[in-house]
Design a protein around this ligand. Sequence first.
Ligand code: ZN
Length: 263
Amino acid sequence: MGRNVGLGSDNGAMPTYRDEAVVLRTHKLGEADRIITMLTRSHGKVRAVAKGVRRTSSKFGGRLEPFTHVDLQIATGRTLDVITQAVTLHPYAEPLGQDYERYTTGEVMIEAADRLVSEEGQPALRQYQLLLGALQALTAGTSDGPRPPAMVMDAYLLRAISLAGYAPSLSDCARCGAVGPHDAFSPVLGGVVCRRCRPPGSAVADAAVVAYLTALLGGDWVATREVTPVTLRRGNGLVASFVSWQLERGLRTLRYVERETGV
Ligand SMILES: [Zn+2]
């Protein structure tokens, strides 16, 4: 997949490949290096070393920060791959860093991408495209204009978790399949539930919320134009509980997203 033999810079001749990626997270390695975890277009999730990246003189500059969309040249190492070149395609970290709400919702998205694509090196093209589209929508607006960060995040989470195989049921009962509409929602059972299946403590899901979540899941931004703040907040609560349950331990960063309660 685009792999060809090139000349590695410091380990003799190492095979190299080129790919595009969104940086998900980084952590320190040794004195001056970082391990960069990213979601790539062709190679799925990849972890690779960026040598000297923590030095102020680094040739990488700020190009390997979380959220950045980069074009990379990577050398295949014995244990870890090594990033040899990085060119910024979209510096998403910059607009996000200036807006707390956008930043925290963006963090939830990249953490979800990291969790949902668990296998390293397995192509995950649609997850990659979905994340890239969501970062674009968060920073520059959707195909139908700007939308609140929470809405962009919830659309991303619903679609990403569905791609991973955990789509919520929004019409028929998630437990017995009884034909909907139904007006209760159980994150544990996986979506809307009928009166017979509804466990105690299920959330109320009125028709407006169900229609809203259906639009988000289908990528139908036009249908979200007239959504009221109350519906947006209720949808936000249902998506958070659904995604947290489905991802078992929950998304750590979700708690930093400010959410009004009592609606
Ligand atoms: Zn049922």
